[in-house]
Structure formats: structure tokens, C-alpha cells
Design a protein around this ligand. Sequence first.
Ligand SMILES: Cc1ncc(C[n+]2csc(CCOP(=O)(O)OP(=O)(O)O)c2C)c(N)n1
Length: 623
Amino acid sequence: MGKLLKQINQPNDIKKIPVEEYDRLATEIRTFILKHVSKTGGHLASNLGTVELTMALHYCLDLPEDKIVFDVGHQSYTHKILTGRKDRFSTLRQEGGLCGFPKRKESDCDSFGAGHSSTSIAAAAGLGLARDSKGRRETIVAVIGDGSLSGGMAYEALNNLSEFKKNKTNMIVVLNDNEMSISENVGAMSMYLGDIRSKEKYKKLKDQVEQHLNQIPIVGHGVSRTIKRSKDSLKNFLIPGMLFENMGITYYGPVNGHSIPDLIHAIETAKRHRGPILVHVITKKGKGYLPAEKNPEYFHGIGPFDLKTGKALESGGESYTDIFAQHLINIAKKKKDIVAITAAMPSGTGLNRFKDVFPDRFYDVGIAEEYAVTCAGGMAANGLHPVVAIYSTFMQRAYDQIIHDICMQKLPVFFCLDRSGLVGADGETHQGTFDISYMSHIPNLVIMAPKNSLEMKSMMDFAADYDGPIAMKYPRGKAYQGLEENRQPIVLGKSEIIHSGEKMVILSVGNMIEESLKLADLLREKGYDPGLVNVRFLKPFDKELIQELSSSYELFITVEENLKIGGFGQMISAYFHETGLKNDLLSFGIDDRFVDHATVDRQRQWCGIDAGSMAARIIERIE
Ligand SMILES: Cc1ncc(C[n+]2csc(CCOP(=O)(O)OP(=O)(O)O)c2C)c(N)n1
């Protein structure tokens, strides 16, 4: 560890180091982040880009009284290092270790938790309104990236910031503009910011022109209106940030986000300002590590990698995402009405490959899940068959849109929920463990979960032919290739019997098939012979089969990687209750809790849905 970084052990220690040494400290912090993230994995490029910005904020603010709200929070590593968590940094994203995102329970310097995007300005506004109501004066700063500024909630928040103008109190938004979301940023705001950046060189000219414009006298009615209009449009053209200014938010910038003196000057100026102010900071994603500067998308979120070459150390094998991406291309070659939509995750969902083949049938809408879903509804209502690929956790944002804009109108939209189930190191903000609960009660929606890669393809073929709303959920990571001999055709609402045993039957949902097979083995070792059913359709589920099985099996066991509340087990329980079936039922799923970061195996153990824990409970129940 560098000698300057050694001196930083608690919040505000950075102020003990002379500012002239800050460039060296920034280098030491980058080296430190690189050393650890190359071993633990994590969000590298965004963190390398925000070292100086975070240092300047910590120099200008007093934490924890003052508050920094990080958007998404994937860029908060320097903040963690500067707030007494440096010595635990090697535990990043691991069980019991530091979380990869800000967390209130981890430190009182983490003023607001995050993981999902575009929340920071709203949260900072809330902190600010509470401060004002209590008559305090702390400084509050939201740090939001240009990608996160593509999310709707950010605009809802900007639209409300004029409250601080009324209160004459401070509210700072730092816009960290690196021209990137995970992939290249999209949309009109991103173009607008690009425009401001390119006008930087005209700054001097702008000052002169503005002076001249202000000197133009306004005479006569018609002439005055024309002059005023041309003054405004000239101003709009020449003065950066007029869009924000017109919303009542003072614009300051652009500021070089790697120059500590410039950043300190900007933040001090913003602190003195009364009312909302946006400080536009330009940074480079991946700064200081050449492989990440060259390929920030690859280094956005990465597993362990070799520092020298920048190459990932683990190669995971073919994932569900890979299979989805390739098979969608195959389908789209045959079906011309198929289009694909992603909300800022072209590489994460694999749709970048679709884009390469069908650039005109691909839409990246930015971090705008709600828009993605409703827009897909519009497309479907006008003759297209949209495939909307969004991570399970981010689809939570579009709950109302799924109901109101798709299912109520029975529109043929195919939802592909990637990263469904437990996700491992990203932890509680990213768990895809709610999707069965938030979708299964929506009328008209069909929900499927494949047991393996082959079945995923068959389900996709089925969905491409299906004329109505349909969803498929599948997990992160390597696709299961086993049970390939079980290839019964997909029939709406029908399950698949994999093994007929006796006394007890396991109803396994989607990716839990591997754990269910292990469970069956463990039970066999104890002398039982459980039946095994691959549920396939969560909605409509196979009531006929349940009726049929109820006469041959005493005990039903449901296995899913979803909350128990609103999960498949509860659907079966409700069905038993409704129909008077008296069979015994044991439901395995996630209790009423959020699940912290760790490996997926450990998370399953915590939740009691690993084969060993399930077998023990079943045996306890029957013996
Ligand atoms: C609601 C939601 N959708 C998608 C994501 C996935 N995501 C994490 S960071 C990110 C890009 C953010 O870009 P930006 O704010 O510019 O920050 P940068 O990564 O460039 O530092 C995306 C899409 C998310 N966290 N939340």
C-alpha cells in the first residue's frame, strides 16, 4: 500500500494530506483498487474513473454530517476506501465482506443504499427536504452518471428540485459524464451532453457574446420579441447547460474530472450556491489502466482477471444468456416481425449479437425499463413481435407497465428475464428472487422457466409462436446441459415428468433442476424413491397433473429460487386449499428476507434451498 494511503484510516483523514500530494494519492488509490478488484472481481472501470472526483468531494465535505448519494453505487470504491473500510477491501463482494454498493448498515458515511440506477437525485432531494425541515445546513450531493441520467426517475427528480430554490437551500447534483453507460450511452440527453462538451472550447467566445447580447437594447414591441427570441436561441446555442438552467437548476461546467484543483473549486462554488446546482464533470471510464480505458464495457463489471494482460481468469462455459442470444437470432431469421429491446444492457443480455445481425431490429432505450415495456406494447399493437430482455431485478421497475400496457391488452410481447434467481456477488440489490411473485398474479401472462439449455430454445420457439404476453425466466451463469434426453414438446401449461417414484414427488422450477436432482440422489441414499417433475409453466401451471399425482404421492415438495411469498409453493398450497386436496406439502423457497452477497451456493445454504438442507428437512418431516 502506498505511503499516503496508509495515513487514511477513517473518514476525513484525507484532509490531513496536503492537496499538492493528491495526484500521488490518486495513483495509490488506483493501484489499490486494481490489486484487489483483479482478485475479487467488481465494477472496475467506473471506479477508476471517479477517483479524483471522490477525493475532491471528501476534501470539501465533512462526512458523515454532509451526505454523498451515489447513483447505482457501483462507483463508490474510493468512497469506501476513504471512509475507514480500506483494511476490509480484500473482502469486497464476498460473504461477510464489503458490499459492492453503498449500504447504510455498512457505514454511516453511506447515506443512502443503491444498486439500481437513477435513484440518487430523488434520494438526495429527500435528504435535503428533511434537512430543511429540521433547520440544519449540511451539504448534500447526488453523484449521477450520464448513463443513469437516461432513467426516468432522474427526470422526475430534476423536475422537483425547484423546491430548493424556494427554500434558498443547497442541493448539488454532480453529473459524472464519461460518455458511457455500460455500453455506449444512448438518447437525446447523451447527445445534448456531447454538445456541451464540444462547446467547451468556445467558452471564451461565449462570455464575449453573452456580454454583447446583454447590451442589445430592447425597443418596440414586435422587434423586441424577435430580438428576445434570437437572444434566447443564441444563448441556448452558446451557453452550456441551458436545458438545466431552464428547469431552474444552475449549470456549472464542464469541469475536468481528473483535475483535483478544478474539482475542488467547482465543489466549493457549488457549496456556496443557494438553490439547486448541477456540476457537470467530465471523466474517463477506466482511467489509469490501459486495458480498461480501451475497453470500458468489458471492464464495467468483471470477475477476477490477470492484471498484466487484463484477461479474465474464469471462463464460465456457455451461459443461458449465450444460448438466448444465439437462438433469438435463429428465430428472427425466420420471423421478420421479431424485434429486440434492451434497457442499457446489450452485452449483459447478449443482445449485442442480435444488434450485429439485425441493426434495424434492435433497440437500446437506455436505463428505461418502463419505457422499454410500454414501447414494446406499442410495437406489438402495431404488428411487431417484441422481445424485451431485461434482468429480473430491473424488471421490477416495470411492474405496472406489464399489467397495464401489455397484459390487460393481451399484447404479444415476449419478456426474457435474465439473472432470475440468486445472483451471487452483486448481492441483495440484484437478486432475481421476486419475479414469480410479481408476475404470477397478472392475468393473461404466461410464465415459463426452462430446466436446461435445450428446453430454453424450445420455450423460445414456443413464445415466438404465441400470440399474447409471455415471459421466460432464466438464471445467471452456465447453462445446464444435463437431462437432454428429456425432450418432450412444449405444450402450454403442461409440466414434464422426469421420474416417477413413489410416496413423494419433487416439483422443480427452472434452474433448480440441478439441486432437485441432487436432492433426489440424497433421498435415494436414505432409501426413498422420489418422483421428479419439471414444472415448466408457472402460469398456467399444470393443475391436471397435480390432480393426477395427488392420488399416487403423499408428499409434494416444491423447489424454487424465489421468495416463498407469492412463489410457486404458495400457488400449489392455495390450489390444495381451494380443491380440498389433503396431500402433505413442503415448499422450499426463500424466506421473507433479502439475501446478501456471497457465492450462489452459500446463498442457497442460507436460504435452506441447497440439496443437503432440503433433504434433511424432508427426512425430519417424514420420519
Ligand atoms: C434500473 C437499473 N437498470 C440497469 C442497471 C444496470 N447498470 C448498472 S450501471 C449501468 C450504467 C450506468 O452508467 P453511468 O451512470 O453513466 O455510470 P458509469 O458506469 O458510466 O460510471 C447500468 C445500465 C441498473 N443498475 N439499474
